[in-house]
Design a protein around this ligand. Structure first.
Ligand SMILES: C[S@@+](CC[C@H](N)C(=O)[O-])C[C@H]1O[C@@H](n2cnc3c(N)ncnc32)[C@H](O)[C@@H]1O
Length: 241
């Protein structure tokens, strides 16, 4: 996911500047399900303070090593944690972000509500949570294929993701990855499930949470307006504000 990280960090910066105002905008950022920490590192390199957590110990170990290699450990910390019962953050945060459908890893309403409650506690009043989400059409989605490529030095990665249409609100991703290092080739195969949400299911779930939507924007941070988008950021803030 590394190519394009700088541009993604630019969009997050624009969202934070637009939706978080006053003294809250000086508070650290939070990334649930931070993975390799690629966005946190980029943001920290720009001078921001941030914290993140991820369920996968190997991801967190990778992120920690990459953070210290770049001398960013005073600005960004990561830990192992589950979105459904997140580790408590010592300092309040002003802007939380969770791109690329990671929230859909949570399997049921109870897990998502627990996540939103904990994130609301981690956010100072006036803080904002940007959740990156692909919503499902009420009549269901057709099978789809995503193709991703990335190159670093001599390492080239090709990843093909086939999305099986949802069954009982579970969409299965079948992932085939080819990693080439010079003449060496490695094939990896895996699959995982994501929970699906129609716009109404997402809205209904939010009504039981301490957060409410104050807008939706596209991948580049432009207002969604009336468009049906393949992917969007839902902008959430405390419901009582
Ligand atoms: C698509 S990656 C996104 C990583 C990161 N946000 C980024 O953009 O690079 C999804 C991440 O969600 C993490 N994840 C899945 N279920 C989780 C959970 N219940 N709690 C925390 N992290 C989880 C995975 O380990 C993985 O690192």
């Amino acid at each position: 996911m590394t190519p394009g990280t700088a541009r993604e960090a630019d969009v997050l910066g624009r969202l934070q500047r637009r939706f978080v105002t006053g003294s809250v905008s000086a508070l650290p950022w939070l990334e649930p399900a931070c993975g390799s920490g690629r966005l946190l590192r980029r943001l920290a390199a720009r001078g921001l303070k941030a914290v993140g957590y991820d369920l996968d110990r190997d991801m967190v170990a990778y992120a920690e090593a990459a953070i210290s290699r770049r001398g960013l450990q005073n600005r960004v910390t990561v830990q192992v944690g589950d979105m459904a019962s997140p580790p408590s953050v010592r300092q309040q945060t002003g802007f939380a972000f969770n791109p690329w459908n990671s929230i859909r890893h949570l399997r049921d309403d109870a897990a998502v509500l627990s996540h939103l409650e904990a994130t609301a506690v981690a956010l100072a009043p006036g803080g904002v949570y940007a959740v990156g989400l692909s919503l499902t059409a009420p009549e269901g989605d057709p099978p789809e294929e995503d193709v991703w490529t990335a190159t670093r030095g001599r390492c080239r990665v090709l990843q093909v993701v086939n999305w099986e249409p949802a069954d009982h609100r579970v969409e299965r991703a079948h992932v085939q990855t080819v990693v080439r290092r010079g003449a060496q080739e490695e094939f990896l195969s895996s699959s995982y499930d994501l929970r699906t949400y129609t716009a109404k299911q997402w809205r209904d779930l939010l009504t039981s949470s301490p957060l409410r939507s104050i807008g939706a924007v596209d991948l580049h941070g432009r207002d969604r307006g009336d468009r049906d988008l393949p992917y969007q950021f839902e902008i959430l803030t405390h419901a009582d504000r």
